[in-house]
Design a protein around this ligand. Structure first.
Ligand code: PSV
Ligand code: MN
Length: 426
């Protein structure tokens, strides 16, 4: 299914009058504070978030999985779904492939379909957290950290292969996330596991094309419950530094112990020019993979405040690879992704409103009350009319969720693909 611009334009018509009133109000409000709302609209319009190829079907937990119906059962259908998201939102302009779940069979056809939806290929993700069908050796006790040379080597070769696949599609980065660790004390030697991981990552890094980046993702626990080899940002930074200039840390919002100050981590990594990738989701307890902004929207805003500050002040930090990394267990995955994109853009736009100069002056004066007022004034501003306008200007939907429902997208997908098609992934 492909959504035509014309269909969106005609549904936009009914929302236009109300939108114009709300936009005028928002622009005037910003204008009175000396903020150019149009510049913010442009920045929102330019912001693109990669959609992971594994997030277009229903996710699940270890207790079960409930299919959604109409799920894409191959890569091309997944690209079609991202095309729908991009047509509606103008924010989902790239895909992040997980290999081997979504290895292309016909590269030209895959590239053609992606191009027809204006979708580019973002970071490719390797997978050494599962044993693949034809695998000779098992990752049950680790991959890049494994104590056995042959297993480490298999995992290294897989990562190199994933980069080769990405190269054929125009990707420019490889994300490595390891499930390696230990479930029980004494199970593995911490020092040797870390050393093996460092050596393995260096081997992979050495083979990457010179215009590629490597992102090293960290996570404190799960699937191993006692220890994880790359457990935190410090370990990730240490490994990135030892690999070289084109290796960076990747922050996944769900990969922190409760109450971790993620905004401070972001600031630290950007100061050092070492933040490369970012995975969005939200959580209450652990790596819950819930819709970003659903549980802690203020924390998301504070994180974006540091990201915006870093993007303006840390020229040594590269442009970030943004990606949604959530699991859609009970909601329609496409609706959930639309909600995610909205939450991301809201937090981004609010962070753009922060008056950095006044904040700096208030910090210098140790005026703590004023500092808080500045942040909360930005956070409490309704920026949704700016998001709507950015979409309207890009021929996307003023209200993507409403258009999605008005066009009966899910019903159409079910009619075409059936009720029990299953998307690959977790
Ligand atoms: C691991 O929890 C993770 O966040 C990594 O990014 C994986 O690639 C992704 O989820 C999907 O399994
Ligand atoms: Mn992730």
């Amino acid at each position: 299914m492909k959504i035509e611009k014309q269909q969106i334009a005609s549904l936009n018509k009914s929302k236009k009058a109300e939108h114009t009133v709300q936009l005028d109000f928002a622009l005037n409000q910003l204008n009175s504070k000396g903020i150019d709302g149009h510049a913010i609209i442009q920045k929102i319009k330019d912001f693109q978030v990669a959609i992971p190829s594994w997030a277009l079907g229903a996710g699940g937990t270890r207790f079960g999985r409930f299919s959604y119906g109409g799920e894409p059962s191959n890569l091309h259908e997944k690209l079609d779904d991202i095309g729908i998201l991009h047509a509606l939102t103008n924010t989902a302009g790239s895909v992040s492939l997980h290999i081997p779940w979504d290895t292309p069979e016909d590269y030209d056809a895959t590239k053609q379909i992606a191009a027809s939806h204006n979708i580019t290929f973002d970071a490719v993700n390797s997978n050494t957290f599962q044993d693949q069908k034809d695998a000779k050796l098992s990752y049950k006790f680790g991959s890049l950290s494994n104590s056995e040379d042959a297993i480490r080597n298999q995992a290294i070769q897989h990562n190199i292969e994933v980069a080769k696949i990405g190269e054929k599609l125009g990707s420019k980065s490889l994300t490595v996330w390891l499930a390696d660790g230990a479930t029980f004390p004494g199970q593995s030697n911490f020092q040797k596991a870390l050393q093996n991981t460092e050596n393995s990552l260096k081997e992979i890094y050495k083979e990457l094309p010179l215009d590629w980046r490597m992102f090293i993702e960290y996570k404190p626990y799960e699937p191993n419950f006692y220890s994880t080899v790359i457990q935190d940002w410090g370990t990730s930074l240490m490994l990135a530094n030892s690999c070289g200039d084109r290796a960076f840390c990747l922050v996944d919002l769900g990969h922190h112990l409760p109450n971790t100050n993620i905004e401070q981590i972001v600031a630290t990594l950007m100061l050092k020019g070492k933040l490369g990738g970012f995975h969005f989701n939200d959580s209450k307890y652990g790596d819950d993979d819930l819709t970003v902004g659903a549980i802690k929207p203020y924390a998301l805003f504070l994180i974006f405040n540091e990201l915006v500050y870093g993007m303006a002040n840390n020229a040594n930090n590269p442009d970030l690879a943004w990606m949604i990394d959530a699991s859609h267990n009970i909601k329609d995955p496409l609706e959930d992704l639309i909600q995610s994109l909205e939450a991301i853009l809201i937090a981004y736009a609010q962070a753009l409103l922060v008056d950095q100069d006044t904040l700096r002056a208030a910090q210098q004066d140790h005026d703590v009350v004023k500092c808080q007022e500045i942040l909360q004034d930005a956070y409490r501003t309704d920026v949704r009319p700016l998001l709507k306008e950015s979409r309207l200007q890009a021929d996307a939907a003023i209200d993507p969720l409403a258009v999605y429902r008005d066009l009966n997208v899910r019903e159409n997908l079910i009619n075409k693909r059936g009720n029990d098609s299953i998307a690959s992934g977790l």
